[in-house]
Every structure is written in C-alpha cells, then in structure tokens.
Design a protein around this ligand. Structure first.
Ligand SMILES: [Zn+2]
Length: 295
C-alpha cells in the first residue's frame, strides 16, 4: 500500500507525517521549557506516560480497525479516501473541475470547518462527550495533551474526515498537508507556551493560539463550551462561541473537569475506561469537600 501511495503523492507520507510530528512536538517541548505559561500541577513524566500510552493504544485500535476494514476495501483514512474518490470520480471537486488552487483553498477551509463541527458535536451529544471528556480530564495542558484522545474518538474522527474528503473530492496532497497542519496546530495550541502578547494578537485572528485554546480546557462549563477551533480561529467568532480570555486569568484558572480533580486523569487505565463510567457516580467528593471547607 505504501508504494502505491508514494506513486500517487510523490513522497513518503508516513515518514513525512511522523517526522513533522516529532519535529513539532520537540519544538513545543523546548519552547515550553524556555517560556512556560503556567506552573505544572503534576510531574511531566506521569502525565506523559499516560498521554503517550493513550496515543499508542489509539494506534493499536486503528491497526485493528484497518485490518478489519481493508478486507472490505474501505478507504478509511482521509488520504486513502481522497485517492479512492479520485479513482471513482466521486466528490464535488472531481465533478466540477475547478482550478487546483481554488480546490486546495476551499478543501482546507471546508475540512477545518468539519473538524470544528465535530468538536462542537462532541460537547453537545452526551455519548460523544463521554469519549471527548478523556481529553478534557487532563489537569495540565502541554503539547502532550494534543495526543490525549480516546482511541474510539480517534476512530470516529477518521470516519468523519474520510466521509468529508469523499463528499468534497479533496485532492490527496492537500489532505496530507491539511492533516499535517491540524496536527501541528494542535501540538502548538495545547502547548504550555507563553507567547508574547503582541504575537498572540497578530496570530489569533487567523489561527488558534495556546491562550485561546486554554480557555476551552477550563473547568468552568461556559468556558469549556467555547473556542472549539483547532487550526483556523474564525469559526468560533462566526458562530458566537468565542471567549477571549478565561475569567480567572491564565494563571488562576483551573484546567480539567470540575468533578474529576482527583488523581484519576493522571492514570492510563482510569483514562481508558473513563468513557464507560457513569457520569453521576464520578469523583465529585474532593472538590466538594474543598469548597465546603472553604466556606
Ligand atoms: Zn473539547
């Protein structure tokens, strides 16, 4: 499969994807060390073991799903979907024959809107929130939070992206670039990074910055349900879900889920079974006990 992909694209997509991931992750880790935004609540090593464990279990799950579905010849990754759509002659762009630059620009904007919409839906539909709250349960934010998605949510997003690519008829190379940009911006906007304020202001009208996305990881529900963007920051302004800064400020705001301020989210097994736990029987006690003793 890799050799036919190389023929289609003219480069090794797997190597490009892995290389850019490692490069951007390493860059963010170095920048986080040089200019950290917030003091950490937990040691890096514990959270990283858990967050990378979740990433590896996602790969294992994808491998199993691929194995099952490739026997049915289903184009389940976004890139394969683009190649199949072209071969089959399906998808809007494959019918219209517009200039390639216009296809690239429109496909990028539409795909970014699709993942914004998917993210919005994971906050609004209870069964999807069960999966997505694994990502939100992290008590600190850094580049490793960008890989902390439950394997079932990763598989779901692969299907949604592949469906969008087929409907659009998005060009294969653009899909590779889009995925690279979205993965890169996710590593960037989850980073515990203190960007100079002027730079945040310059970038934020177009791209989601760390300070903009951090608001989304607040334990305050109103703030959690805002700033859904990953790459382009325009959708939250258009749909009225944009919040400029956290009410308590970036240093005082609490990150995570209000009812899960216990040690669970730092543990791999807890994180993996979290979607299947009853929301009502969650770990409310620590934070309630704390707020009562404060009064
Ligand atoms: Zn979210």
């Amino acid at each position: 499969m890799e050799s036919s992909l190389m023929e289609e694209l003219g480069f090794n997509e797997g190597a490009w994807r892995f290389g850019s991931f490692v490069l951007i992750l390493a860059t963010m880790v170095i920048l986080e060390a040089l200019m950290p935004r917030r003091a950490r609540r937990h040691s890096r090593i514990r959270r990283w073991v858990t967050n990378f464990g979740i990433l590896l279990s996602s790969y294992a799950t994808i491998a199993i799903v691929m194995l099952v579905l490739t026997t049915l010849a289903a184009p389940i990754t976004a890139l394969l979907a683009a190649i199949y759509a072209k071969q089959w002659g399906v998808g809007v762009f494959n019918w219209l024959g517009w200039p390639i630059w216009l296809e690239w620009v429109l496909a990028f904007i539409i795909l970014d809107f699709v993942i914004w919409g998917q993210h919005w839906a994971t906050h609004k539909i209870p069964v999807l929130w069960r999966l997505h709250r694994v990502h939100h349960s992290d008590h600190d934010l850094d580049a490793s939070s960008a890989i902390r998605f439950h394997p079932l949510e990763i598989v779901l997003s692969i299907f949604i992206k592949a469906a969008a690519v087929i409907i659009i008829g998005a060009p294969a190379v653009l899909v590779v670039i889009f995925e690279g940009v979205v993965n890169g911006t996710a590593l960037f906007n989850h980073a515990n990074l203190k960007l100079p304020l002027w730079l945040d202001r310059v970038v934020r009208p177009f791209l989601v910055t760390p300070d903009m996305h951090r608001v989304h990881h607040s334990i305050e529900e109103g703030e959690t349900n805002s700033n859904y963007g990953f790459a382009l920051s325009i959708w939250d302004r258009i749909f009225g879900t944009y919040i400029d800064q956290p009410a308590l400020g970036h240093d005082k705001m609490i990150i995570g889920l209000k009812e899960h301020q216990n040690d669970g989210p730092q543990q791999f097994v807890w994180s993996m079974i979290f979607p299947f736990r009853n929301i009502k029987t969650s770990d409310k006690k620590p934070i309630e006990a704390k707020s009562q003793s404060d009064q």
